[in-house]
Design a protein around this ligand. Structure first.
Ligand code: ZN
Length: 291
């Protein structure tokens, strides 16, 4: 570093400003590494992460061992969850154009294409090429770099995606612009205002930066949507069908991998090839309509 570097604004340490209201959240520590905006209450990780670093996090290992045990093997369980959400969305939109931000392997698009002209994007090339092989319209791109017509879509969806983004406000802003008037934006994410999150505090299972960067509750989510001309028309805490093998993997192996743990898991795995429906009331499913 040369003395002149001090004058370069891009090298100066940035104060963590709230993306929702602009307030300075410096030293407003909720948990180690996690800040809470003193003005609007938005909770976020105290980290500056570049788009390149984010891409690194979602290399193939993310879907096969790092975060998910084997994403493709979980397809039936994931699609059970998506089917339930589709039934709810269809109360608000019946056909037209649908766009999914962060479509991964296309398991949702695969179901949605029966009701809408469905397309999506994801930053994982591996995931997109799998989706394309299934005949789905999935583009490997960062959503913010993608050119799509405005006022064109009836549905824009982000499933368990918003918490991973370094600037969720920009995604919602662009998503809202793509929607027609009367179209709906659909989001699922953890609810840090839920009883479970408040009880577990920093040990809540969804607190894990740097893959999870933003932690909304009902109010901060509503505020973000409203700021972009979207009125909440549906709110629920949704349950999930989960692969019991995946849960066992999370308990035994994830983040504490040893040869012994892996062997125990390999022995137990065949006994747990089924799913379990769980609702811990800490994941919110929100649908908001463009004015
Ligand atoms: Zn704020």
């Amino acid at each position: 570093m040369t003395p002149n570097d001090n004058l370069r604004p891009d090298l100066a340490p940035k104060a963590p400003l709230c993306i929702l209201c602009g307030a300075d959240a410096t030293n407003r520590i909720l948990y180690p590494g996690i800040l809470k905006c003193p003005s609007c209450g938005l909770v976020f990780a105290d980290t500056h992460i570049s788009p390149d670093e984010i891409r690194q996090l979602y290399r193939q290992g993310y879907f096969f061992g790092d975060e998910y045990l084997n994403y493709l093997e979980d397809k039936p369980f994931l699609q059970e969850n998506f089917s339930a959400r589709l039934r709810t969305i269809r109360k608000f939109s019946n056909g037209g154009n649908l766009f999914e931000i962060g479509c991964a392997y296309g398991f949702f698009l695969d179901l949605a294409r029966h009701h809408w002209k469905a397309e999506g994007c994801d930053i994982s090339a591996q995931a997109c090429s799998y989706a394309q092989q299934q005949g789905l319209n999935a583009v490997c791109s960062e959503f913010l770099d993608l050119s799509r017509p405005e006022n064109h879509y009836d549905v824009v969806a982000l499933w368990d995606t918003i918490e991973h983004l370094s600037r969720p406000d920009l995604y919602i802003e662009k998503g809202a612009r793509l929607l027609k008037s009367g179209g709906v934006l659909c989001v699922t994410t953890g609810d840090i205002g839920s009883t479970m999150a408040r009880m577990r505090k920093r040990r809540w299972r969804l607190i894990h930066p740097p893959t999870h960067l933003y932690y909304f509750d009902r109010l901060t989510m509503q505020k973000l949507l409203l700021k972009n001309g979207l009125d909440v028309v549906h709110f629920e805490h949704c349950g999930y069908s989960r692969s019991v093998q995946q849960m066992l993997y999370s308990l035994l192996v994830l983040n504490r991998e040893t040869p012994l743990r892996k062997s125990i898991y390999a022995v137990l795995k065949p006994l747990f090839a089924f799913s379990l429906y769980l609702n811990l009331f800490d994941i919110m499913f929100v649908i908001a309509r463009k004015k």
